[in-house]
Design a protein around this ligand. Sequence first.
Ligand code: HEM
Length: 513
Amino acid sequence: MCSAGDKTGMSSQAMIATLATILCIFFVFTILCIFWFLWEFKKMMSRNYHLPPGLRGLPLVGYLPFLRKNLHQSFNKLARIYGPIYKLKIGNKQCVIISSPSLVKVAVGDHDITFANRNPTVAALAFSYGGNDIAFAPYGPEWRMLRKIFAREMLSNSILDASYTLRRNEVKKCIRDMYGKVGTAINVSEIAFSTVINMITSMFWGGTIEGEKRTNLGAEFRAAAMQLTVILGKPNVSDFFPTLARFDIEGVEREMKKVSLWIGRIFESVIEQRKKLGSVKQEGPREFRGKDFMQFLLDFREQGTGKSISLAQIKAMLMDIVIGGTDTTSTMVEWAMTEMILHPEVMRKSQEELTTVVGVNNTVEEFHISKLEYLNAVVKEALRLHPAAPLLLPRCPTPSCNVGGYTIPKGTKVFLNVWTMHRDPEFWDNPYEFRPERFLGDGIKLDYHGNSHHYLPFGVRRRICAGLHVDACVGFIVAFVRVEITEWNRARFFRKFWCCFGEISTFMCDSNA
Ligand code: HEM
């Protein structure tokens, strides 16, 4: 038995021991931090780098704890302090943020190939079957082949013309659905997302799968694609601490692989079906007989080398189109509609232009789009204020290079902050105002091709958006703004549509100014 004195003695001994342990840990941690700082400093000096100005942040985590969800806005604030090029550590990843058109021009102009590489996240690598796609493949012959197939051949005029009826039918179906919902609240983004995905799937396997089977497959695919977009946008510790990536602490990689497997199985079943149909592909009443993308990819042989595309590449490319083409387009439609509702004058002018160019009782066709100057200006302005990818897709220089007198070390994650550039008062009058007129007159020359470095909604140079000339977004807004109906129907439709959409847009504007 021990006395009360013994107990007090023991507990104070335990306290001293705990205190000593804490002090020891603190001491070791401080020593480690000092060594880490010295090591980093020595590394920097030995390379004789003249790195851009910027912040180091906390040891180990860098600036990670101080970043907000909207990265482009956090970066914009820091640019006001550190200037148009600055460095920042996120976890132990070195990043450089460039937010001036002249420096972007130097980076992607003078060092075009050096900056044509990507720095994919763990989730992006999982969804692209290890970078077998266009968006995340390293710059090189495989990427060039895939991009050529996609941008020059799959999206060639003849292939797009062949699938025109399919796109038209999907937009018509979307409009019919909207009419059915007059008087109730509608979710513009959801409708646009579903329509784009339906269009994509019908262009992909419209000649392979038909009827109820196609509808069911489409619904399953849509659900999987939605999950994919969500996972891809999740922040992931593994990206900031590559040494921890193997543990997949947050389970993002596992989740992504699960969804990719699910989508992969859908693709495989369609490919099987397509192969079975191969011999009869030119027969039957199909509207898109034998010309769907799936058939095109399976038949593809590179000229000269005769090289075909692997199954992983076909699946990864499909993933790119699904991810690259859906969320971007639906977000844009949502923003353009929001701005038009907040600016009734712009909505009125767009409707008037449609009446003049298309006529009241005619259906809007794709060939009308280039003639709709005002509506095109509305879309350009929406893309200026609300770019779908405000930081583009990060680049990663292969060898170290010099931009604006600063060294950007090899392997750095480089963000081009177009959100800031699109609001730079040096290039835009009243940059925070929604004014489509800035893209009319002389402004009409500002296009999407990345020639003017202060306007880059689709990116720039070699890695510019591969789906650029699909113009899906304009087509959609046309669909929303103008429906092929009589005057009476139009008035009724817009009144109702306006009422329910007003609430959604007010909410959206509050949440992302
Ligand atoms: C409003 C619609 C869209 C916007 C705003 C948009 C924007 C972008 C941006 C900013 C990039 C990165 C460019 C860079 O790093 O310089 C990109 C890349 C890409 N986009 Fe789009 N995109 C849209 C629609 C589409 C569509 C419809 C498709 C496919 C059908 C598509 C497929 C791709 C692909 C494959 C890439 C990767 C290109 C590469 O790395 O070589 N996008 N897009």
